[in-house]
Design a protein around this ligand. Structure first.
Ligand code: ADP
Ligand code: MG
Length: 386
C-alpha cells in the first residue's frame, strides 16, 4: 500500500454510526447499504436505516414489504458472512406517532395528542419532520444497544443544512417560552375554553377564534398544554442526538457523483461538517468512469487479442472494429480525465477530512446483494488520503 493510502478495514470496525449525506440520486442509499453489508460480512451486527421514499434500498435487499420495523436481511446466499444485517425504513408519520407513544406521560395524554387536529396537521406537514424522525429513531436504535453499527441513509436535501439542523428546529418550534406564552392565561387544573380569554394573549386568542372558530382554539390550547409536558423529553433527546453526532465513533460520509451540482453539495457539506466540528469520515465519488491504461496500452491489448484470433477474420472488417474500439477507449479516457478535473474541488474541500474514495459506475443498477457487494469491494479498497 502506498504511503498516501489507507486501509479502511479498521475504520469499518471502529465506527459505530455512519451517516451518509449528499445530493439526491448520487448513490447515498447504495453506499449506505454497501457499507452496512461489508460490516456484516466482517462479523458485525449492523442496522441500515433509510428514509429514502423511493424505497430503493428495499429493492436492493430483495424485500417486498418494508415497514418501519427492523427486518433481518437474508444473507444465506453469501456464505462468508459472519455478522448480521438488519434494515429499517422510516415512515415519518407513524414514527412521529411512535414518538408520542414513547414520551407521553399517560395513556390519556397520548390519546389526546394523537387525536388532536393541530397535532395531526403538524405530524403530516411539519417541515423536516422526516429528518427529525430519522434522528429520533436513530436515537432509540443506538440507545437500544442492539447493534454494533448503525448506518444512516439520509433524504436528498434541498438545503444541505436541513438534515443537520432538524432536531434543533422542532425544539425551537416548541420553545418553552413560546409554550409558556400560550399557556399563560390559564392553569392546567382548570377546564379548557372558558379561561382562554384572560391574560396577555387573550387578544390573539380571540382573534384566532374569530378567524378559525372555537374548535380550533380548543385544539390549539390542548395541543400546547399537552406538548408542554413533553418538552423536557424533546430537549433531552435532542441533546443526546447532538452528542451522538459529535462522538468520534460517528463518521459522516459525503457521497457525490461526477456532476457539478452534486459536487457543490458535497463541498458545502465538507465545510459545514468542519465548521460544526462533526466527524468527517470521508468522501465517496460514486459512478465515476474509470479508464485504466494509456492509448498505447489499449493498442497493445487489441493487438494481442487480434493475434489470438483464428485467422479467418476479414482484415478490413477487423481494422474497422479496431478503429472503433480505439476511439471508444480514447473517449472514455477523455471522460475520466474531465471527471478527475471536475472532482478536484471536492478533494480540496475534503483535505484533513478522512478518506477519499472513487467507485466506478457499474454495468446496470445496484439492486441486489451481489451488486452491493461489488460496490463494497470498490469502497473498501485502499483509499486515498488527501
Ligand atoms: N456505482 C454505481 N454503478 C451503477 N449504478 C449505480 C451506482 N451507484 C448507484 N447506482 C444506481 O443509481 C441509482 C441511484 O442510487 P441511490 O443509491 O438510490 O441514490 P440516492 O440514495 O443518493 O438517491 C440507483 O438506481 C442505483 O442502483
Ligand atoms: Mg436514497
Amino acid at each position: 500500500m502506498d504511503v498516501n493510502e489507507r486501509d479502511l478495514t479498521q475504520w469499518l470496525s471502529d465506527t459505530e454510526l455512519v451517516v451518509c449525506v449528499g445530493a439526491g440520486g448520487v448513490g447515498k442509499t447504495t453506499t449506505a447499504a454497501s457499507v452496512a453489508l461489508r460490516a456484516a460480512v466482517m462479523g458485525r451486527r449492523v442496522m441500515v436505516l433509510t428514509i429514502d421514499p423511493a424505497r430503493r434500498l428495499a429493492n436492493s435487499l430483495g424485500l417486498s414489504e418494508f415497514g418501519n420495523e427492523a427486518r433481518r436481511i437474508d444473507l444465506s446466499a453469501m456464505p462468508e458472512v459472519k455478522g448480521e444485517l438488519w434494515a429499517m425504513m422510516l415512515d415519518s408519520r407513524s414514527t412521529f406517532d411512535g414518538l408520542i407513544d414513547r414520551i407521553a406521560p399517560s395513556e390519556e395524554a397520548r390519546q389526546r395528542i394523537l387525536d388532536n387536529h393541530i397535532y395531526r396537521h403538524m405530524a403530516n406537514t411539519f417541515a423536516g419532520s422526516q429528518d427529525y424522525m430519522a434522528t429520533e429513531t436513530l436515537y432509540d436504535i443506538v440507545r437500544s444497544g442492539a447493534y454494533d453499527m448503525v448506518v444512516l441513509d439520509t433524504p436528498p436535501v434541498k438545503n444541505a443544512l436541513d438534515f443537520l439542523e432538524s432536531p434543533g428546529r422542532l425544539i425551537n418550534f416548541l420553545d418553552e417560552r413560546v409554550l409558556g406564552w400560550f399557556l399563560q392565561p390559564y392553569d392546567a387544573s382548570r377546564v379548557f375554553g372558558q379561561r382562554l380569554m384572560l391574560g396577555t394573549s387573550a387578544v390573539v386568542f380571540r382573534l384566532l377564534g374569530y378567524v378559525f372558530g372555537r374548535d380550533f382554539l380548543d385544539d390549539l390550547a390542548e395541543f400546547f398544554q399537552d406538548f408542554q409536558g413533553l418538552y423536557a423529553g424533546f430537549v433531552e433527546r435532542h441533546d443526546a442526538v447532538v452528542k451522538l453526532f459529535r462522538s468520534p465513533s460517528t463518521q459522516f460520509v459525503t457521497v457525490c457523483a461526477p456532476s457539478e451540482s452534486s459536487l457543490d453539495v458535497a463541498v458545502f457539506f465538507q465545510q459545514e461538517l468542519a465548521e460544526r466540528g462533526l466527524p468527517r469520515g470521508g468522501v465517496v465519488v460514486n459512478q465515476v468512469h474509470a479508464c485504466e491504461g494509456t492509448d498505447h496500452d489499449a493498442r497493445r491489448v487489441l493487438a494481442d487479442a487480434v493475434a489470438r484470433l483464428d485467422g479467418d477474420v476479414e482484415p478490413r472488417a477487423l481494422a474497422r472494429v479496431l478503429a472503433r474500439l480505439g476511439m471508444a477507449h480514447r473517449r472514455l479516457r477523455a471522460l475520466a480525465e474531465a471527471e478527475s478535473t471536475m472532482t478536484e474541488r471536492v478533494r480540496e474541500a475534503a483535505k484533513d477530512g478522512g478518506f477519499y474514495q472513487e467507485v466506478p459506475r457499474l454495468d446496470g443498477n445496484v439492486h441486489d446483494l451481489e451488486a452491493l457487494h461489488a460496490v463494497g469491494e470498490h469502497l473498501f479498497k485502499p483509499a486515498r488520503v488527501l
